[in-house]
Design a protein. Sequence first.
Length: 334
Amino acid sequence: MPNWREIISRGDKISKKLEKLSGKTLVVTMEIPWGKLRKISLFEPTRLIYANQMEIQFLNEIVETLDNFDWVIGIGGGVACDMAKFISWKKEIPLILLPTVISVDAPFTASIAIRENDVVKYVGSVVPNEIIIDYNIISQAPPELNRAGVADILSIHTALWDWRLSSEKTGERYDSKIAEEAKKCLDFVEENAEEIRKVSSKGIDVIVDMYCREVDLCTEFGNSRPEEGSEHIVAYCAEYLTKEQFLHGNIVAFGIFCMSRLQENFPDWITGLMDRVGLDFSAGNLTNDKIRKILLSLKEFKDQSDLFYSVIDEKIIDENFVSNILKELNRYER
Ligand SMILES: [Zn+2]
């Protein structure tokens, strides 16, 4: 695995460098991100496809119909990047990623998030030749989308607690040095909270650097335990039960809000930090009934999906817990 920071190039309008690519190029993108690139760059790909879904069957069909290319270039958010990664992996074509928003860590992870019957699954492993971070393009995305990116870093807070618990209760492998290093990512976010909120170049750099750091740590450990805990189970359960599409960062943030309370793990500190970086943890698009159903179903969902051990196995989530969560979110119940 590379040092991710070394394959990243950053700068204002740096995506113009795509114009210099030679050979046959395949761009995987979406309409809005592609439009943004067009305003900056005259780059003309050999072929362009729009990424719209990640169901494995659909992806395999696409791969079968493709010729060979010298480059596959993912331009956009998580779906475009993951689809480009999938094509690169299956067809062994060198990959360039140009994230136009930093709402998810997809461009910075080797594994590829696909869907099988609507359930997220991670497959493959692919490392891009280059990741292009263009401040000009990224800062055009709605700020709340970019800020949402920080949730997959703040998830370290609840994930580390679960990991430690699991090591004590189930004997799961635990690495205190990696846990310590992961914790430093939280400190770094805290030091730069205002820049992240502003989505300044510095704020973008902090998110990108912390993604890289986190990916390095997870790679070193062998899985994403240092950053994926019960807060992600909340997100997966919400997706599964409601069949709605959420902004990943926001639903994970909601998970952090709830699970830090269940863990009794500095909930006020982490909530304050989410406020400072401008991360929306309120689950505003969910009704009280849906929130209740999600939280009360967590244990059953976790068992069914055979997910990792966490606070959800340790503490009982009852009506009382749910009422407190709703109250703290300033939601009134009829
Ligand atoms: Zn995540």
